[in-house]
Design a protein around this ligand. Structure first.
Ligand code: B1M
Length: 214
């Protein structure tokens, strides 16, 4: 197998045996950490999603794949470029209520933190009232919401309404597999007082918040 195939396979198989050695080989060959994540590791995760959809994997196996992905991201994180050290702004991040997927959100955390943002990561399955409490406490410049399930897209609409009702109107960055720009513009934006930005991936999220803070 090629290095790329092996890297994808660690995620599909949900194993860490040999993973770090191969990640190090990729780094030594000059791969950028984010290209490893967005390339072979993500294609492994897409394959996991496909197999899961076809009932060829059970949740416990998908969880193992998630563990491998998290371990790989942790290994690569110290090798990522740190751009601005000057603090650009504070972001409160959460996966919305009813949703426990956190790999994408944590990737957003790493990328924003490496680029000068202060991150308060609230975790997964965060209800609006908890989010509102934390936003009032931390007073961020931006709120970041992640969701991967179809129902999470609807939950973002509800969350936006709840934030609006609480008098909160700082920009919201939304992302996650079940979301689209169209859904964001037609359903989430009209439910909120402030700006709602849709990010297709973590790097796009960084671009958007960078533009906001300039
Ligand atoms: Co779940 N799961 N899962 N799962 N899971 C999906 C999402 C699914 C598409 C798989 C499938 O059926 N093909 C499907 C959703 C169907 C739907 O609603 N349309 C699904 C399902 C059904 C479920 C359960 C309901 C299964 C069950 O119990 N029967 C259950 C739900 C639990 C719940 O949330 N209440 C469930 C559970 C799980 C595990 C716990 C086993 C595990 C998650 C572990 C964890 O996160 N700690 C898991 C996993 C791993 C997946 C897949 C295979 C991979 C997700 C992932 O981590 N991708 C996923 C299929 C797939 O996506 N291919 C699937 C890698 C990650 C880096 O990508 O999070 O998309 P992603 O982030 C991207 C972008 O979306 C974006 O940037 C990232 C890239 O740079 N992004 C943002 C994300 N958040 C952002 C926020 C931003 C900006 C960008 O700003 C704030």
């Amino acid at each position: 197998l090629t290095l790329e195939e092996r890297l994808a396979n660690y995620i599909v198989e949900g194993t860490k045996q040999g993973l770090f050695d191969d990640l190090q080989i990729a780094l030594d060959e000059g791969w950028k950490p984010l290209d490893v994540i967005n390339g072979p590791l993500m294609s492994g995760m897409d394959e996991v999603g496909r197999l899961f959809n076809n009932n060829e994997l059970i949740v416990a196996e998908v969880l193992q794949s998630a563990e491998s992905m998290k371990a790989a991201v942790s290994y690569l994180e110290p090798h990522m470029e740190q751009r601005d050290v000057k603090k650009k702004g504070k972001v409160v991040l959460a996966t919305v209520k009813g949703d426990v997927h956190d790999i994408g959100k944590n990737l957003v955390e790493i990328i924003l933190a490496n680029n000068g943002f202060e991150i308060v990561n609230l975790g997964i399955n965060i209800r609006s009232d908890e989010l509102i409490r934390q936003v009032k406490e931390h007073k961020p410049d931006i709120i970041g919401l992640s969701g991967l399930l179809v129902k999470s897209a609807q939950q973002m609409v509800t969350t936006a309404e709840d934030l609006k009702a609480a008098g909160i109107h700082m920009p919201i960055l939304v992302g996650g597999a079940a979301l689209t720009r169209k859904f964001t513009d037609t359903r989430i934006s009209p439910s909120y007082e402030g700006l709602v930005l849709y990010a297709s991936d973590a790097m796009n999220g960084l671009d958007l918040v960078n533009r906001l803070q300039h």
